[in-house]
Design a protein around this ligand. Structure first.
Ligand SMILES: C[S@@+](CC[C@H](N)C(=O)[O-])C[C@H]1O[C@@H](n2cnc3c(N)ncnc32)[C@H](O)[C@@H]1O
Ligand SMILES: Nc1nc2[nH]cc(C(=O)O)c2c(=O)[nH]1
Ligand code: SF4
Ligand SMILES: [Mg+2]
Length: 202
């Protein structure tokens, strides 16, 4: 299968339970909850997206994409590939997971959880969006962008994940303090800051 990749870059994972860890990011194009066009944002199922995932470069197959990712890894350490988007569930398949594993990567995914994922992923981060149905209801971490109307965090806490993060909604004044207060009064939740934005790195 071919893949459309918005961007491929090496940085530190900025968010969640693997924050601070070096990783190759594979940002796959397209999302099922927003077209990515500003004029469609107000009518979209997900309206707070901080990312440009429209267009990009085409890779003919999984082997070519995994090789391009491996070429960016500096060598040594614990190779990690984070497949994100857009919504990676639209394109991520067994072949890409296998090809990344063949290069020694642990494979992590950042998903809105509305599309079933291939098996064999090493780290699944689900970031639920209000008004959508979760098809990926188990994994390593929930990372809930907060505040977010129409979502009950208590219901999410009952799902089989290892970590439960609240991440301040960028662009909303007071969201950091709301997350801090929520974590203090609901200690099942942990704070996830978008550290790459604080650091000014990709
Ligand atoms: C751009 S999304 C791509 C992956 C997938 N579509 C998803 O929503 O999880 C990557 C992460 O950024 C989070 N995110 C998007 N917009 C944000 C915002 N304005 N503030 C904080 N986090 C945001 C998402 O919830 C998700 O955890
Ligand atoms: N450094 C860094 N960490 C991230 N973790 C999740 C990201 C994403 O956009 O999915 C992201 C990102 O865009 N940059
Ligand atoms: S689901 Fe993810 S990629 Fe899609 S619009 Fe929302 S935050 Fe952005
Ligand atoms: Mg991001």
């Amino acid at each position: 299968m071919a893949y459309t990749v918005k961007e491929l870059f090496y940085t530190l994972q900025g968010e969640g339970g693997q924050a601070g860890r070096a990783a190759i990011f594979i940002r796959l194009a397209g999302c099922n909850l927003w077209s990515g066009r500003e004029e469609d944002r107000d009518a979209a199922a997900c309206r707070f997206c901080d990312t440009d995932f429209v267009g990009g470069e085409r890779y003919g197959d999984a082997v070519a994409l995994a090789r391009a990712a491996a070429d960016l890894w500096p060598g040594g350490g614990f190779p990690l590939a984070v497949v994100t988007g857009g919504e990676p569930g639209l394109q991520l398949d067994d072949a890409l997971v296998r090809a990344l594993h063949d290069h020694g990567f642990e494979v992590a995914v950042e998903t809105n959880g509305t599309i079933a994922l291939p098996a064999g992923l090493d780290w699944v981060c689900v970031s639920p969006k209000a008004g959508t149905e979760l098809k990926v209801a188990a994994g390593e971490e929930i990372k809930l962008v907060w505040p977010q109307d129409g979502i009950d965090p208590d219901a999410l806490l009952r799902l089989p994940f290892r970590h439960f993060f609240l991440q301040p909604r960028d662009g909303v004044a007071g969201s950091v303090q709301e997350c801090v207060s929520y974590c203090l009064t609901h200690p099942g939740w942990r704070l996830s800051l978008q550290t790459h934005k604080l650091l000014g790195i990709p």
